[in-house]
Design a protein around this ligand. Structure first.
Ligand code: LRH
Ligand code: MN
Ligand code: MN
Length: 388
């Protein structure tokens, strides 16, 4: 039997970090469909994030992307967040949108380009000092398109050199999270293509370097929960970039394409202690809402993570361990599926009510009037968005 009060406590203490870029306009390489009322600057993105937190009670942290969220005064941005009950989360570096990075950023064969990229990464740590952020998230689009284009091993050397310089610059309470992605925009050899490459670099760097698992960054059919269990066991899982995908890096709402996979991932998190705050696992979203309304989509995504977490918490650990020890394959599988097949929506509704929240976050947002307010109030100015 699972301890229901422990389940409720765990659900109340989980924190889900939302990405600033999900609030802005975004699209595919074919078209950006602009929406009314979308934030015009990072401050307005935080105003929207505060609505997600108000409706769900578990989303008080907002990740930033530099330069998309570049402001004059980061301490001021932090104050703006804190006035709304928010804190600033991971600083996502961006060394992929500059002409100089055509052949790579930190792995570029040209040392001047490498210096420029490193300068940006170090600037991101300066920003973390001002925003109070714990995490620097590093994703490199670096790689090659054609066999022979560059020396694969030399690029690893250049990567290691840059990572070491950034690691040196981190403060005592800061971490760097290295994100991997199999392909895109490089189509032959990506420099950080998989968890093994990220893990090897992080292991060499030290305890402040950890791996981040973006659920959209694997080959189809990859067993992501295995990676999660392995990294947690090694103390190297820094966090997640949650989203869901049907084909490639689709960045759709987490839990929309494959809620069973999300459950399996969260089961490994729960089983291996990753929900405990001291492990530092960050539950971040990395999504773009290209055709759906943005704030409700983010609320729905937060709820999807909560539902998968609740199901994972409901797995009867004693019954599962007994079945596993007895070699009872069918019973072990049935114990896991029982939890997955539980309707946890009433449990989550009552947990929210206990926290003084509306039992249905989507209804709470609809009733708040915020959407009408931003549509009529945010006119003029350039709307911020992915790549803005
Ligand atoms: C790369 C990525 C990475 C970027 C974000 C916008 O595909 O997942 O996390 O920072 O998208
Ligand atoms: Mn990501
Ligand atoms: Mn991605």
């Amino acid at each position: 039997m699972t301890d229901r009060s422990a389940v409720r406590a765990a659900l109340k203490s989980q924190r889900i970090e939302t990405p600033s870029w999900a609030y802005g306009n975004s699209g595919t390489r074919f078209k950006v469909f602009r929406q009314e009322g979308v934030p015009r600057d990072p401050y307005e993105k935080l105003d929207d994030a505060a609505q997600v937190h108000a409706a769900t009670g578990v989303a008080p942290v907002v990740a930033l992307h530099i330069p998309w969220d570049r402001v004059e005064d980061y301490a001021g941005l932090r104050a703006h967040a804190e006035e709304r009950g928010l804190t600033l989360g991971a600083i996502n570096s961006n060394v992929f949108q500059d002409d100089d990075y055509k052949l790579g950023s930190v792995t570029n064969p040209d040392p001047a380009v490498r210096r420029k990229a490193l300068g940006h990464l170090l600037e991101c740590v300066d920003i973390m000092d001002a925003t109070g952020s714990r995490d620097l998230k590093l994703w490199f689009s670096d790689g090659t398109n054609y066999p022979g284009q560059d020396d694969i091993a030399a690029r690893q050397d250049r990567l290691a050199e840059a990572l070491a310089a950034v690691y040196q610059r981190l403060g005592d309470d800061q971490r760097m999270l290295l994100e991997y992605k199999l392909f895109e925009p490089a189509f032959y050899a990506t420099d950080v293509p998989d968890w093994g490459t990220a893990y090897a670099h992080c292991l060499k760097l030290g305890p402040k370097a950890q791996v981040v698992v973006d659920t959209g960054h694997h080959a189809p059919g990859t067993n992501i929960e295995f990676i999660v269990a392995f990294l947690l066991r090694e103390g190297k899982l820094g966090g997640f970039d949650f989203n869901s995908r049907f084909y490639a890096d689709d960045d759709l709402m987490v839990g929309a394409a494959d809620p069973f996979q999300l459950f399996r991932i969260l089961y490994e998190v729960v089983k291996n202690g990753g929900l405990r705050a001291e492990t530092g696992v960050a539950f971040m979203l990395d999504q773009c809402h290209n055709i759906e309304a943005k704030i409700p989509a983010i609320i729905r995504s937060v709820m999807n993570v909560q539902e998968a977490t609740a199901k994972a918490l409901l797995v009867d650990a004693d019954a599962l361990a007994a079945a596993q020890l007895a070699g009872d394959v069918l019973e072990a599988n049935a114990v896991l599926m029982d939890a997955y097949n539980t309707d946890v929506r009433p449990l989550l509704a009552s947990v929210r009510e206990e926290q003084g929240l509306h039992p249905d976050p989507m209804a709470a947002y609809r009733a708040s009037g915020w959407q009408q307010q931003i549509v009529s109030g945010r006119v003029g100015g350039e709307q911020a968005g992915w790549g803005a």
